[in-house]
Design a protein around this ligand. Structure first.
Ligand SMILES: *[C@@H]1O[C@H](CO)[C@@H](O)[C@H](O)[C@H]1NC(C)=O
Ligand SMILES: *[C@@H]1O[C@H](CO)[C@@H](O)[C@H](O)[C@H]1NC(C)=O
Length: 387
C-alpha cells in the first residue's frame, strides 16, 4: 500500500513538474491556436489590399479633397508649385516611462529596442528635434521621480540627438489613468507643437518629407491598420499644431469609461472621425505605417529566418525602396504587445547583425558601428560610449 501510495504521489508530482516546465510552450501553443484558428478574424486583418488614389495622393503630399477635381500635382498646382508655407514640422515626439518599472516591472525599461526606434527616427527622418517625454528613465529604476535619466546607458548613447522632457507623474495613480495617459499626452503635444508622434515600437524607415507638406485643410496624417482598414492607429501620427481634428480627438477622452474600450479611442474612433471629417485627415493605405500587421502569421513573417536567396532578395528590395520592404512603406510598427515575448526580447546588436530576418535587415543600418554586447558573468552588458 505504501509503495502504491508513493508511486501515485510520484506520478502526480512528476505530472505537475512536467506541466510547470511545459507551461510556456503550452501557453505559446494556446496563443497560437487562439490567433490562427479560422474564427479568430485574423484573416480579415491580413487580407490583401490595394492603395487607392486618395491614399496615394496623401502619401505624396498632394491635395486629396474628396469631390475636388483640382487634384493637385505640386508641379502645377494652385499652391504655386511649391510646398505649402507651413508644412507639418519635422520634429519627433516619443513618450516613455510614464510608469515606474520599480513598481510595475511589466512596464519595461528603456532598452536596446527603444534605442533602436529612436535611432531609426534620427537616421530616416533627419528631424530638427527629437523630444523624449518621460517620467522614469533611470537605470536601475528608482523611486525618485526626478532620478537622473543619464544613468540609463541607452539614453546616454542617444543624448546628442534628443531633448529630454520630464513630466511629473499624474496625481492619483489609477491604472485607467495610466492606460490612456500616453494616448492623451501624444495628442496634447501635437496640438501644442505639431510634428510626428511615434510609439517606442514604431520604426521610421524613410523620410516623411512629402507627407509633411500635405496641403491644408488636411492637418493630420494617419495610417490604416489592417488589410481591411478596420481602423486608423495612433502609434504613428503627423499633425500641424492646433489641428481641429486632434483637438476633437483629445476632447473625446473626457468623461468616458476608458477602461472598457481600449481600441476604440486609439484606433476605431479616429477612423470614424476621418469618415465624418475627410477634409481634415490624410489617411494612408495599410502599408504606409502598419504593414505587416500584428497577427500571429504576420509577426512570424517579419522574424522568421531567411534562406540566403531570400535574404539577398529582400536586401535588394530594401535598397531599391530606400530603406523599406515595400514601395509605399514609410515606417514599421513592431507591435510590442504581440511580438515581444516571441521575438523582440531576444534581439541584441549581434543578433541583428548576424541573423537574416526581414526585421533585422531593416534595422541593421540604425545600429552604430561601435555598439556591441559583451558577456560578463553571464550578465549582458551593452557597451556604450565612454562607459
Ligand atoms: C480610398 O480609401 C479610403 C479608405 O477606405 C476611402 O475613405 C476613400 O474614399 C477611398 N478613395 C477612393 C478614391 O476610392
Ligand atoms: C495655435 O493656437 C495658439 C492659440 O490660438 C496660438 O498662439 C499659436 O500661435 C497657434 N500655433 C500655430 C502653429 O498655429
Amino acid at each position: 500500500m505504501v509503495a502504491r501510495g508513493a508511486y501515485r504521489l510520484f506520478t502526480l508530482v512528476s505530472a505537475l513538474v512536467l506541466l510547470y516546465l511545459l507551461f510556456p510552450y503550452l501557453y505559446h501553443f494556446g496563443d497560437y491556436v487562439r490567433q490562427t484558428n479560422p474564427f479568430s478574424g485574423q484573416k480579415y486583418i491580413e487580407q490583401a489590399f490595394v492603395a487607392n488614389e486618395t491614399e496615394l495622393a496623401c502619401l505624396r503630399g498632394h491635395q486629396t479633397i474628396p469631390g475636388d477635381d483640382r487634384r493637385d500635382d505640386p508641379e502645377e498646382s494652385s499652391f504655386g508649385g511649391g510646398p505649402p508655407s507651413d508644412p507639418i514640422p519635422n520634429v519627433v515626439h516619443f513618450i516613455y516611462g510614464l510608469k515606474n518599472p520599480l513598481y510595475h516591472p511589466d512596464a519595461g525599461r528603456f532598452d536596446f529596442l527603444s534605442y533602436l526606434a529612436v535611432r531609426s527616427a534620427v537616421v530616416s527622418l533627419k528631424p530638427k528635434a527629437i523630444y523624449l517625454h518621460y517620467t522614469y528613465l533611470s537605470d536601475p529604476p528608482s523611486p525618485d521621480t526626478n532620478a537622473d535619466p543619464m544613468t540609463n546607458p541607452w539614453v546616454r548613447r542617444l543624448a546628442k540627438d534628443i531633448t529630454l522632457v520630464h513630466h511629473q507623474p499624474p496625481s492619483g495613480e489609477s491604472s485607467t489613468q495610466y492606460a490612456h495617459l500616453s494616448d492623451t499626452m501624444r495628442l496634447q503635444f501635437l496640438l501644442e507643437q505639431g510634428g510626428i508622434y511615434l510609439d517606442i515600437d514604431a520604426f521610421a524607415l524613410r523620410s516623411f518629407d512629402k507627407l509633411l507638406r500635405v496641403p491644408r485643410p488636411h492637418d493630420v496624417v494617419l495610417g490604416a491598420e489592417g488589410g481591411n482598414r478596420w481602423g486608423l492607429c495612433n502609434a504613428v501620427i503627423a499633425a500641424r499644431a492646433n489641428s481641429t481634428f486632434v483637438a476633437r480627438w483629445l476632447a473625446s477622452y473626457d468623461d468616458v469609461d476608458l477602461s472598457r474600450e481600449w481600441n476604440y479611442h486609439s484606433v476605431l474612433l479616429p477612423k470614424e472621425m476621418a469618415e465624418t471629417h475627410p477634409r481634415e485627415v490624410c489617411a494612408l493605405a495599410p502599408d504606409a505605417f502598419f504593414w505587416p500587421t500584428w497577427t500571429w502569421r504576420h509577426v512570424d513573417w517579419m522574424h522568421e529566418p531567411l534562406s540566403r536567396d531570400a535574404a539577398i532578395f529582400w536586401q535588394s528590395e530594401i535598397d531599391r525602396h530606400g530603406g523599406s520592404l515595400f514601395e509605399n512603406q514609410l515606417a514599421y510598427h513592431a507591435w510590442n504587445q504581440m511580438a515581444w515575448d516571441r521575438y523582440l526580447k531576444m534581439l541584441t546588436p549581434e543578433v541583428i547583425r548576424a541573423q537574416d530576418t526581414r526585421f533585422n535587415l531593416l534595422m541593421r543600418r540604425f545600429l552604430e558601428d561601435d555598439l556591441y554586447t559583451t558577456q560578463v558573468n553571464k550578465r549582458i552588458i551593452y557597451s556604450t560610449n565612454g562607459s
